[in-house]
Design a protein around this ligand. Structure first.
Ligand SMILES: [Zn+2]
Length: 244
C-alpha cells in the first residue's frame, strides 16, 4: 500500500514548472446521486492527487490493527460511535504522507463544524486552505436519477426509465432479462437521504461560506464532462490561478 503511494508521488512529482496548478485540499460535497464519486475520480486523475475518505481510513486502520484501529475496534465492539477525535487523528496522520503535498480530495470529512475548525488549525501553516465545492442538481432530477434506476441482473447494464429507458419496458435490450430495481431506490428513502445530507452539510457549508472565498457551487445537472470542466474552472478561480 505504502509502496504504491510513493510510486504515485514519483510520477506526479516531476520537477514542476512554477506555473503548475496546485489544487490544494478540496472538499467535494454533493447529495446522493449528484455524481460526486465520478467527479472525485476525475479530479484525482486530472490533478494526480489522492482522495482521502474517512470511511476508507477507518477500514484500513482496523484491518492493519494500528493503535488507532484497535481503539476504534474496542469502541465499535461496545456499540459506540467512533468519536471525532479519533477520526481527526487518522486524518492528521494521513496528511503527513507525501502524496498529499500538492493537494487531495476530502470525502466525508469534515462533516461537522468542529471538524472544519480542527482541519483549519491543522493546516494553519499550509500554503493553501481547504476549499469546498458543492455539486448541485435540482431535487426533482435527483429523484428521477435514483428512483428511475433499473439494472440488468444478467449483464449489469444500468437503465433509467426517465433518461435512458430500455426499448421494451423493464426488459434488458441485450438479452431480454427482466430488469430489477434496488429496494432502497425509492422515493421515501431518497427524501430521507436528502434530509440527512442537508442537515449534515449545512453547518460545514455555512463555515466555508463565512470564511471568504472558500465555497462554490457547480451545476451538476449537465454532462459528466461539463461538470468536471466547471469544477476545474471553479478551483482555478478559488485558487486565483490564471493558467499557463
Ligand atoms: Zn442485460
Amino acid at each position: 500500500m505504502k509502496q504504491e503511494r510513493f510510486s504515485i508521488v514519483g510520477m506526479t512529482h516531476p520537477v514542476t514548472n512554477s506555473n503548475e496548478f496546485l489544487p490544494g485540499p478540496v472538499l467535494l460535497l454533493g447529495a446522493p446521486g449528484v455524481g460526486k464519486g465520478t467527479q472525485a475520480k476525475r479530479l484525482m486523475d486530472a490533478f494526480g492527487i489522492p482522495q482521502i475518505s474517512t470511511g476508507d481510513l477507518l477500514r484500513e486502520h482496523r484491518k492493519n490493527h494500528t493503535p488507532l484501529g484497535m481503539m476504534a475496534d474496542d469502541l465499535m465492539a461496545k456499540g459506540q460511535l467512533v468519536p471525532d477525535d479519533l477520526v481527526n487523528e487518522m486524518v492528521a496522520k494521513r496528511l503527513t504522507e507525501p502524496d498529499t503535498q500538492r493537494g487531495y480530495i476530502l470525502d466525508g470529512f469534515p462533516r461537522t463544524l468542529n471538524q472544519a475548525e480542527w482541519l483549519d488549525q491543522q493546516l494553519a501553516d499550509s500554503p493553501l486552505p481547504v476549499v469546498a465545492v458543492n455539486i448541485v442538481v435540482p431535487e426533482r432530477e435527483l429523484l428521477e436519477r435514483i428512483t428511475g434506476r433499473l439494472s440488468c441482473p444478467v449483464c449489469g447494464t444500468i437503465y433509467n426509465v426517465y433518461s435512458e429507458p430500455p426499448r421494451h419496458a423493464r426488459v434488458c435490450d441485450r438479452e431480454g432479462a427482466k430488469l430489477i430495481q434496488r429496494v432502497d431506490d425509492t422515493e421515501p428513502v431518497f427524501y430521507e437521504r436528502m434530509k440527512a445530507f442537508q442537515s449534515k452539510t449545512a453547518a460545514v457549508i455555512a463555515y466555508y461560506r463565512a470564511h471568504g472565498g472558500r465555497f462554490a457551487e457547480v451545476d451538476g445537472s449537465v454532462s459528466v464532462d461539463a461538470v468536471m470542466e466547471s469544477i476545474r474552472a471553479t478551483l482555478f478561480r478559488l485558487r486565483q490561478y490564471s493558467g499557463t
